[in-house]
Design a binder for this molecule. Structure first.
Ligand code: G3P
Ligand code: CA
Length: 244
């Protein structure tokens, strides 16, 4: 069955990458969440998509120039000014604490393609091992050097190659960099690719899948998972397909 991952949480219904969005994803019945991590000036793992605070928060400048004590006071209510609870920037450990209450899978995207964030991989791996979440996390990145580094440090963890262009036989590429999954942009996905990846034991989880026709197609093709802003819609489509 195709798993439904909520992109930046249920970001169609709540401010992206906040606990409000992750809780909304759980309430909608999502199998997993996807989130983004950046490193603060004092080395904390902050859950936020952009390198800069400007788009999603009431702060300004780069995450890497802020200490957590100041960052933790910001609001990340972008697009949802009326949202009342859990709308600050979370730490990855806040998300991990909440995961104790459920069985959600967490796709951690390392946002280290613009800034290398030295030590980020080690911090994420240490936290995963501290919570014994080895089987509940997937580490993805557009920075594939970082993914191979994660593999060397922690071969027990699943890594996923994120990409947005047309890679030839991406399941072979995944094997070459020792990734357990590919996370392609939806526009690059073909039916044969889904079948080949699954046959080779490589999970395939396209992003960001918001159109009904794409959701239906991926589910019918037996795709491992899909990453969507609207897990409620995807689950209702999956339910209607499984009911037939
Ligand atoms: O992980 C899938 C997707 O989140 C990658 O793109 O820009 O939304 O982080 P972006
Ligand atoms: Ca992401």
């Amino acid at each position: 069955m195709t798993a439904i991952f909520a992109h930046r949480g249920f970001s169609a219904a709540a401010p992206e990458n906040t606990m409000a969005a992750f809780r909304a994803a759980e309430e909608a019945g999502a199998d997993g969440i996807e989130l983004d991590v950046q490193l603060t000036k004092d080395g904390r793992l902050a859950v936020i998509h952009d390198e800069k605070l400007n788009r999603t928060t009431n702060g300004r400048g780069y995450v890497k120039d802020w200490e957590w004590k100041d960052l933790s006071k910001l609001e990340a209510k972008y697009k949802f000014p009326e949202a009342a609870h859990d709308t600050g920037i979370p730490l990855l450990e806040d998300v991990f604490e909440w995961m104790r209450e459920n069985e959600i899978i967490c796709n951690i995207e390392l946002k280290n393609n613009e800034f290398p964030y030295a030590g980020m991989e080690e911090k994420v791996i240490r936290l995963i091992h501290q919570y014994n979440y080895e089987s509940r996390v997937v580490i993805s990145s557009f920075n594939h050097y970082s993914l191979t580094y994660v593999y060397r440090l922690a071969p027990d963890l699943e890594t996923a190659a994120l990409y947005s262009s047309h890679i030839y036989m991406p399941w072979k590429y995944a094997e070459a960099i020792r990734a357990g999954a590919i996370h392609p942009h939806i526009r690059t996905v073909k039916s044969e690719m889904i079948h080949a990846a699954v046959e080779h034991g490589i999970h395939i989880r396209p992003y960001t899948v918001n159109k009904e026709k794409h959701i239906q197609w991926l589910i019918k093709e037996g795709c491992s998972a899909l990453i969507t802003d609207d897990p409620k819609l995807a689950i209702s489509i999956r339910d209607s397909i499984l009911d037939v």
